[in-house]
Design a binder for this molecule. Structure first.
Ligand code: ZN
Length: 167
């Protein structure tokens, strides 16, 4: 297993749309393992393949406290969404920024697991937020795009400054 570098907003590669996975092979399993390791090390509760510059529809999530409930969503699709909730979100690609975003309160998602088996899952609360946030990544969307233009440009400036300082 290996930790993968995470793209940082406003890297243009974060705007790329991911393509569906068609082959469930050892390659995919190793991508999933590496994404999980990267997410746990960060630490974070969700990671989309887009964030590690792999533009395939793969998401890993673990919202448990003990990091023992890895959930894998391949080619995920939200098939039902109900209600609204506001939750403060953060993102491994937008470090240090936490902002409130409006999301559906309850969702039903259909996806495949790492072996290609299709499942549907009903989620609410934090897990529902996390799934919606990660699916956005696969569509080339970062959560800051829900914020006002002013906030977005402030965040961009802050992160670009951070990156210059690190370089
Ligand atoms: Zn994110």
């Amino acid at each position: 297993m290996a930790r993968l570098p995470i793209l940082r907003f406003p890297d243009p590669r974060l705007y790329q749309k991911a393509v569906p996975v068609t082959v469930f092979d050892a390659d995919l399993r190793s991508l999933i393992a590496n994404m999980a390791e990267t997410m746990y090390a960060a630490p974070g509760i969700g990671l989309a393949a887009t964030q590690v510059n792999v533009h395939r529809q793969v998401i890993v999530i673990d919202t448990s406290e003990d990091h023992k409930r890895l959930q894998v969503f391949i080619n995920p699709e939200i098939i039902e969404s109900v209600g609204t909730q506001f939750c403060e979100e953060g993102c491994l690609s937008v470090p240090g920024i936490y902002e409130e975003v409006e999301r559906a309160e309850q969702i039903k998602v259909r996806a495949a697991d790492g072996e290609g088996r299709i499942f549907t899952l009903a989620a609410e609360g934090l897990l529902a937020v996390c799934i919606q946030h990660e699916i956005d990544h696969l569509k080339g969307k970062v959560f800051v795009e829900y914020l006002s233009r002013l906030k977005q440009s402030r965040i961009k400036a802050k992160l670009q400054k951070q990156q210059r300082e690190m370089a």
